[in-house]
Ligand binder design. Structure first.
Ligand SMILES: Nc1ncnc2c1ncn2[C@@H]1O[C@H](COP(=O)(O)OP(=O)(O)OP(=O)(O)O)[C@@H](O)[C@H]1O
Length: 318
């Protein structure tokens, strides 16, 4: 469904080059649900905009939904849907009319455009809101309308750029319910970008992590966590400062696997169940009293940290 080779995009900002995407290779099979995860400025949106023909690449090639993005952009656009970060619906027309206009722009007859508008309203549970103007909808309802707009042409492949950013948890869950239904009922191939680690982890069957315009990891969330991050154990000690405990821990683990946070020492290990008793024994032997211990499975943030030395959460806050 997507075959991209060496896609790059350079912008010039104040006469300086900015390499937003530095050689994207990506193959997505029909029906896959793929998350594009990365910090601010990693090149996620630029990649999506190239794959959807909204932005010409500086170099590289790609076929999307069977057509070349450079030589046959209209054929690509006819077969895909794109839901950008900003809402695509205007303010002045009713939701249903927006959808009809969208259908007409794809060459549907007035009658077919109306029929399709009603279908997508139903698919996104928006029928009761069909006569409302987009500006009067809540954030979550409006995002659903954006998705409906992206589905008017029955795309085999839908790109969603941060579909749930800025929404409250309930609206986020609701958006996902609809996206998953779409996939189940229509086998739509889905590629979405997100900052939310939990969303990529729980929703996507495949996670592509990008940083500084490059893919730095690609696999199922489980694979990435098992291969790159390992488990994390946290031991809290009775002393106010855990630095001596960290020194003891570093004798059993590699020093960069150990971090200190106040009274707690965190250690990255391949398997927490066997490692934890070893560390507790070592602490006891050196006269360090542990008052609490816990083991945690890794998150995708641990994967990103292992790959880059940075936290994806830091990127979120910036
Ligand atoms: N139109 C543009 N002109 C100049 N620079 C741009 C343009 N679009 C993107 N960039 C730059 O390219 C880099 C990648 O941006 P992009 O929006 O693709 O990242 P992103 O991963 O989608 O980030 P975010 O999560 O913040 O949306 C950034 O440094 C950004 O400032």
């Amino acid at each position: 469904m997507i075959h991209a080779r060496g896609l790059t995009r350079r912008f010039t900002v104040k006469r300086r080059p900015v390499d937003a995407v530095r050689g994207l290779d990506l193959d997505v099979e029909p029906g896959q649900l793929v998350a594009f995860l990365g910090p601010n400025g990693a090149g996620k949106s630029t990649s999506l905009r190239m794959l959807t023909t909204l932005l010409p690449p500086t170099s590289g090639t790609a076929t999307v939904a069977g057509h070349d993005i450079i030589t046959a952009p209209a054929a690509v656009r006819a077969r895909i849907g794109y839901v950008g970060q900003r809402s695509s619906a205007g303010e002045n027309f009713r939701a249903r009319d927006e959808l009809i206009t969208q259908g007409r722009s794809y060459g549907l007859t007035r009658q077919d455009a109306r029929r399709r508008a009603d279908e997508v309203l139903d698919l996104l549970d928006l029928t009761p809101l069909a006569a409302r103007k987009p500006g009067t909808l809540s954030g979550g309802q409006r995002r659903r309308l954006d998705i409906a707009m992206g589905l008017v042409n029955r795309p085999a492949l839908l790109f969603l750029d941060e579909p749930s950013t800025g929404l409250d948890p309930l609206s986020r869950a609701n958006i996902w319910e609809h996206v998953l239904r779409l996939r189940e009922e229509h086998r739509t191939t889905l590629l979405f970008t997100t900052h939310y680690l939990d969303e990529a982890d729980s929703m996507a069957e495949r996670v592509v992590i990008v940083d500084h315009g490059r893919v730095i990891a690609d696999g199922t969330a489980e694979q990435l966590k098992a291969d790159l991050a390992g488990d994390r154990i946290t031991i809290t000690v009775s002393r106010p400062d855990a630095a001596p405990a960290a020194e003891t821990a570093a004798r059993l683990a590699s020093p960069d696997a150990v971090t200190v946070d106040g009274q707690a020492v965190q250690i990255r290990v391949p398997r927490a169940d066997t490692a934890l008793p070893e560390y507790l024994r070592a602490f006891e032997e050196t006269g360090i009293k542990a008052i609490a211990a816990e083991a945690a499975r890794p998150t995708l943030d641990d994967v990103f940290l292992a790959l880059t030395g940075r936290s994806l959460r830091e990127g979120d806050e910036s």
